[in-house]
Design a binder for this molecule. Structure first.
Ligand SMILES: [Zn+2]
Length: 70
């Protein structure tokens, strides 16, 4: 995954990455000081539908990839 930009602000690290499916689209992955991650992609925001119909938030491929890289 292509990290376009990264910055540290008040202990919060922000990475801007290019979408794998659409190069014109960018997502922002945030790592808080508490080591909590979040992402701006729909999969992370809306969660993943479980077999019982509920949705659960799961680490998306962007978060998993960045965690490998940093
Ligand atoms: Zn994501």
């Amino acid at each position: 995954m292509n990290i376009l930009h990264s910055k540290l602000e008040d202990g919060v690290r922000k990475f801007t990455v290019q979408s794998l499916s659409d190069a014109r689209r960018h997502y922002i992955i945030t790592r808080r000081a508490t080591n909590k991650w979040q992402c701006s992609c729909p999969r992370w925001i809306y969660g993943v539908k479980q077999t019982d119909g509920t949705r659960r938030r799961e680490s998306c491929k962007h978060i998993l990839a960045i965690r490998e890289m940093v």
